[in-house]
Design a protein around this ligand. Structure first.
Ligand code: FMN
Length: 220
């Protein structure tokens, strides 16, 4: 699979990594989409953002008999997810922190594929009680293994300061709050998007790529 981004706008997949009913992930992704819409590359038409919502993909727990590195997909849901990811040149991963890591649904969705991630820039937008930074760090390790190129700048939202709970019942654990991030959060996300677009337009190194059918020795 040739993952070099050539003509046309850089297609950035905004991956919504949580799937539970009442999730904050949809609001975080919505905010990220608004920030992206104001980014100079998007306004100039040199980048476009497409939401890839794992709740809509509804992937079962990994049920492919052949490791993704070999690109031999047997199931329609895998082929659908593969096509959606392959169509993107870069990604912003929107991940909450669940027990100090990423949600199982996000890890599962990454595990389904391999060549579709190879060599593509990726940014991490985490959120949680403390910015979701432990999930963000885990995600960087996972993405390194599928040879995505994680850009240096990360963005992190903290549930109790970047959401507004005024008017909510303090005793209601399901109250999502209204997303209201501090200005520097948008600055961080915008800087991340600049890095992603710059990296997507840069020539690729062969070290970034592992083609479908790649050697099993590289799977460790
Ligand atoms: C299963 C689970 C585990 C969680 N573990 C953590 C955690 O380890 N650290 C943290 O900061 N927040 C943790 N939280 C709080 C979430 O980060 C917060 O509720 C966030 O909104 C969850 O994302 P979602 O609303 O998109 O599902 C946890 C939430 C859930 C549901």
């Amino acid at each position: 699979m040739d993952n070099a981004q050539t003509a046309g706008p850089v297609r950035i997949g905004l991956i919504v990594g949580s799937t539970r009913p009442g999730r904050r992930g949809a609001a975080v992704a919505g905010w990220a989409g608004e920030v992206a819409a104001g980014h100079e590359a998007v306004r100039a038409g040199t980048a476009v953002v497409e939401v890839l919502d794992l709740a809509e993909q509804a992937l079962p727990l990994l049920d492919e008999p052949v490791p993704a590195m070999f690109g031999d997909y047997r199931n329609p849901h895998t082929r659908r997810w593969s096509a959606a990811v392959a169509a993107c040149d870069a990604f912003v991963f929107v991940t909450p922190e669940y027990n100090h890591s990423v949600p199982a649904a996000l890890k599962n969705a990454i595990d389904y594929l391999h060549p579709e991630w190879n060599g593509k820039p990726a940014g991490v937008l985490s959120y949680g009680v403390q910015g979701g930074t432990r999930a963000g760090e885990h995600l960087r390790q996972i993405l390194a293994e599928v040879r995505a190129v994680v850009v240096p700048t990360a963005a992190a939202l903290t549930v109790f300061t970047d959401f507004d709970f005024s008017g909510a019942d303090p005793g209601d654990p399901t109250a999502p709050g209204r997303i209201a991030p501090a200005a520097e959060r948008a600055e961080a996300l915008s800087a991340m998007l600049t890095e992603i677009v710059t990296r997507a337009r840069a020539p690729r190194s062969d070290d970034d790529l592992v083609t479908a059918g790649g050697s099993p020795e590289r799977m460790g």
